[in-house]
Write a protein that binds this ligand. Structure first.
Ligand code: AMP
Length: 126
């Protein structure tokens, strides 16, 4: 069964240049930009340029070049933010919401990188 991808989702429109974004970093395969409703002083979204719905889709079907590029971009952003715990930074959190239970709003795979304040426990009580 093939993954269904909605070309009208908002991140697809950003990738096509139909909606503006505040780009932090762009490579051949990946775009990183600031979240429009930041939940922390630094709230960056990292998305592949390919048509992937969610983490599982990307992890299973993306090319090695896409996966490598995506991962390196996340590291470069952490470095640019100066939040790497192994280098004296204050740390960060990476989240990827998927599907209904994950409360994913935009059906184009993305990671949230949150930093700049203490982020509390991982999950609020249900
Ligand atoms: P999720 O619930 O993981 O799908 O998160 C989607 C995120 O996209 C939310 O944090 C929104 O604030 C963010 N978002 C929605 N539209 C835009 C936009 N045009 N530019 C930047 N971020 C956006």
């Amino acid at each position: 069964m093939a993954y269904a991808y909605d070309d009208q989702n908002i991140f697809a429109k950003i990738l096509r240049g139909e909606i503006p974004n505040t780009t932090v970093l762009e490579t051949d395969h990946t775009l990183a930009f600031r979240d429009i409703h930041p939940q922390a002083p630094d709230h960056i979204l990292v998305i592949p340029k390919g048509r992937y719905v969610s983490h599982d889709h990307f992890a299973l079907e993306a090319t090695e070049a896409e996966v490598l590029d995506f991962m390196r971009v996340t590291g470069r952003i952490c470095a640019e933010l100066g939040v790497q715990p192994g280098l004296g930074g204050q740390g960060f959190r990476i989240i990827s919401n998927a599907g209904v239970h994950g409360v994913q709003e935009v059906p184009h795979y993305h990671l949230h990188i949150l930093a700049g304040r203490p982020l509390g426990r991982m999950l609020a009580p249900a």
